[in-house]
Design a protein around this ligand. Structure first.
Ligand code: UT7
Length: 333
């Protein structure tokens, strides 16, 4: 066989391992209330739980970057898949809080894993980042350009929070989740659905940038929470229905719904519209807060490691966030 011949395209890609990592510093809502009180701002456990379902979040220590969280998550996913860094031929890191302007966090992770030589890049789709990255990896595997992909969501959102804005700083946290996605004759990923609508750039953004050696504009997160809420509820429902239709499946086939973990009210509304009972909804927002691109793989790994998501289960992943971006991936685990 000619070693230069392109690999035969695979029909499917399949998740063979999951992993995740949270930085050890856990802040309860009471801790956040105490931190904000020092700034003359008022919040409470009651308000945060009632409006969002969040009880705690994890913040990375000073000097800990997205790649530091991505590394143990990726190693855990590789171990679960029975793979080593040598097997990996594609690394995609979904992040909005990269270690540096460039090179990509994926290249930094590649070096630290010892997986040198393979393709590696970051993907920026904010809270939809993991669903976007999984879709890109699936497409590359089915096209025959990769066989064993490491797909990671890693964020240190604590770095871009405005701790003088109580409407946003209590919502987000840091963490990383990863999956190994491999070429397979069996599904695997059944269908994917991605969307964006750039006219909503302003409702969720970090408007600052780096220019001429200084930060230009405001480098902290701004969100019109109600506008995001309304859009999220609508697009999560339409993306779920679209991806199910593409795969020739129905709501009744879904064993687990793992949506972006931003607000329990949005998640429950999505489940209800799909007529899924609450026990099919995977919830980690209570303990993780909103970890942006890391939220879906963190929740998936928690559900796999706790024995809830089993091999053969049908799982619906959904992302929604800044851009405005949204999407869904339907898969047989
Ligand atoms: O990751 C991308 C996806 N992001 C999301 O999905 C976020 C979507 N949005 C949301 O989750 C919700 O809109 C929020 C949780 C951000 C806000 O909840 P809400 O029910 O929409 O509250 P609100 O913005 O209408 O604020 C209600 C009240 C306001 O006071 P007044 O004007 O009624 O007196 C706020 O000032 O709550 C006040 N408030 C707070 N009070 C205590 C806002 N933040 C806080 C706070 N603690 N941290």
């Amino acid at each position: 066989m000619n070693p230069q011949a392109p690999a035969m395209p695979s029909r499917y890609s399949r998740i063979t391992g999951t992993g995740s990592h949270l930085p050890p510093r856990r802040l309860s809502n009471a801790d956040m209330a105490a931190m904000l009180a020092e700034r003359g701002l008022e919040t409470s456990d009651e308000w945060i739980v009632e409006r969002t379902g969040i009880r705690a979040r994890h913040f990375a220590a000073e000097g800990v970057n997205a790649s530091d969280l991505a590394l143990p998550a990726a190693q855990a996913a590789l171990q679960a898949a029975g793979r080593t860094a040598d097997d990996v031929d594609l690394i995609i890191v979904a992040t909005s809080t990269p270690d540096m302007v460039f090179p990509s966090t994926a290249c930094i992770l590649q070096n630290r894993l010892g997986a040198n030589g393979c393709a590696a890049f970051d993907l920026q789709a904010v809270c939809s980042g993991f669903v976007y990255a999984l879709t890109v990896a699936d497409s590359m595997i089915r096209a025959g350009t990769a066989k064993c992909a490491l797909v990671v969501g890693a964020e240190v959102f604590s770095r871009i929070l405005d701790f003088n804005d109580r409407t946003t700083c209590v919502l987000f946290g840091d963490g990383a989740g990863a999956v190994v996605l491999e070429a397979s004759e069996e599904p695997g990923i059944l269908a994917t659905e991605l969307h964006a609508d750039g006219k909503h750039v302003g409702i969720l953004c970090v408007p600052g940038t780096v220019s001429g050696g200084s930060v230009l504009g405001d480098p902290l997160l701004k969100m019109d929470g109600q506008a995001v809420f309304k859009l999220a509820v609508g697009v999560l429902d339409s993306a779920a229905r679209a991806v199910l239709a593409k795969a020739g499946r129905t709501e009744a086939d879904v064993d687990w719904l793992i949506p972006h973990q931003a607000n329990i009210r949005i998640m429950q509304s999505t489940a209800k519209k799909l007529k899924l009972p609450p026990e099919k909804l995977v919830v980690t927002v209570d303990e993780h807060g909103n970890t942006s691109a890391a939220s879906v793989p963190l929740a998936l790994d928690a559900a796999v490691r706790s024995g809830r998501v089993q091999r053969g289960d049908t799982v619906l992943l959904e992302g929604v966030g800044g851009g405005f971006t949204w999407g869904a991936v339907l898969l047989d685990f």
